[in-house]
Design a protein around this ligand. Structure first.
Ligand SMILES: C[S@@+](CC[C@H](N)C(=O)[O-])C[C@H]1O[C@@H](n2cnc3c(N)ncnc32)[C@H](O)[C@@H]1O
Length: 225
């Protein structure tokens, strides 16, 4: 609920926090949506959930890059949900009530949310989200990479990351394995600041290198789970 305090200026606060990269908050949101478009099947459609959607920054890009999905959003911060665009609301539910959510999502995206959840509660959240996936549905996490010193520095300076406890891909993989999800891929992402933008086409070849600012982990629910 601490994000209620940032609902009115979430994007501006984030813009300032990431300014050293030469990019803004929209760049990082678009990056994640573009990544998903690239790794998901070209025909991907169906119901999707942006879990921890905040004010809907990433949701806007998810809908733009994956136009065939119907996108719902959930966040514990009611004030943030109150800021979500009318366009997004007209095509899906954006809510702070877990009861409004479905149990047959083809895709659930959880971007930079887990580090705000206490470690002792994370496994329960992953189990709950697994229960909200359709058979063969995909859970996609994006997280800050704790192995990257610049990322740790940015998190320390970010006003809304005061409660953040970063988690490694290995910790994430443990939750997914215990939820009986099939690990599909783990990629490190976001390597080049703007002044090295000409090298960004190389980033997909660096996905194995644990120095990306963030990482993505995708896992699939079994057909009969
Ligand atoms: C850093 S913001 C990320 C927002 C959005 N996912 C994005 O990438 O722009 C983290 C969000 O997670 C939400 N959050 C924290 N704990 C949560 C929980 N247990 N369930 C759902 N949302 C949560 C916060 O309210 C906040 O809006």
């Amino acid at each position: 609920m601490q994000f209620d305090r940032f609902a009115s200026d979430y994007e501006q606060v984030l813009d300032r926090t990431v300014a050293a990269s030469g990019e803004d908050s929209a760049y990082f949101a678009a990056y994640k949506a573009r990544y998903l478009k690239k790794v998901l099947p070209a025909s991907f459609s169906g119901k999707a959930l942006d879990f921890g959607c905040g004010v809907g920054l990433l949701s806007r890009f998810l809908k733009a890059y994956l136009p065939a999905i119907r996108l719902d959003g959930f966040d514990v911060s009611r004030d943030s949900i109150g800021k979500v665009d009318d366009d997004l609301r007209s095509q899906g539910h954006f809510t702070s009530s877990a009861e409004d959510l479905d149990h047959d999502y083809e895709l659930i995206v959880v971007a930079n949310v887990m580090h705000h959840i206490l470690p002792c509660q994370r496994e329960g959240v992953v189990q709950d989200l697994t229960g909200r996936l359709a058979p063969r549905g995909i859970l996609a996490f994006f997280e800050h990479n704790p192995a990257n010193p610049i990322t740790r520095c940015v998190v320390e300076r970010c006003p809304f990351d005061a409660d953040a406890i970063l988690l490694s891909p290995a910790e994430m993989a443990g939750y997914l394995g215990r939820a009986k999800l099939r690990l599909m891929r783990r990629d490190y992402i976001v390597f080049m600041p703007r002044f090295l933008a000409s090298l960004r086409p190389l980033e997909p070849w660096l996905a194995w290198l644990p120095m990306g600012a963030q990482y993505a982990v995708l896992a699939e629910k079994h057909a009969r789970q």
